[in-house]
Unconditional design. Structure first.
Length: 138
């Protein structure tokens, strides 16, 4: 698991909080921002993008992860997630995080830009179903 300084954590929370302003949330009015840092040091942000057909909404974390993967990045160190109230990543996003590694650090931030909780994917999704479960012994 990556060791992060307070400055590094704060920088990611700030980026996620800034991205949050671009959240498209006409239905929930609950903007979420994410900032994902890859092992190669690139940073991808994401916001939640809602839809008039509600289930088509996409969470901020997954937008950030899919942006990274679509740019060829598959190894992540840390993802910061910022909501007004320090809310927790949903189960679907935890599963998508788990696909790319259980050691990824997850930082929770609030609307004031404060770090309210720090965890890992492994802690957030114990007993995760991961790619290794699809490898069948012959
Ligand atoms: N949302 C996220 O973006 N990430 C999460 O982990 C939890 C929920 C979004 C989806 C929807 O646009 C709004 O928050 C309210 O559920």
């Amino acid at each position: 698991m990556v060791k992060l300084s307070q400055d590094e954590k704060k920088a990611l929370i700030d980026l996620a909080n800034e991205a949050r302003r671009r959240a498209y949330v006409p239905y929930s009015n609950y903007p979420v921002g994410a900032a994902l840092r890859t092992k190669s040091g690139r940073i991808f942000t994401g916001v939640n993008v809602e839809n008039a057909s509600y289930p088509q909404t996409m969470c901020a974390e997954r937008v950030a992860i899919f942006k990274a993967v679509s740019e060829g990045e598959l190894e992540f160190e840390v993802i910061a997630v910022v909501t007004n109230n320090g809310g927790s990543p949903c189960g679907g996003c935890r599963q998508v995080m788990a696909e790319f590694g259980l050691d990824t650090v997850v930082l929770f931030g609030n609307g004031k830009g404060e770090l309210v909780k720090e965890s890992t994917v492994n802690e957030l999704l114990p007993e995760a179903f991961t790619p290794k479960h699809l490898v069948v012994d012959k």
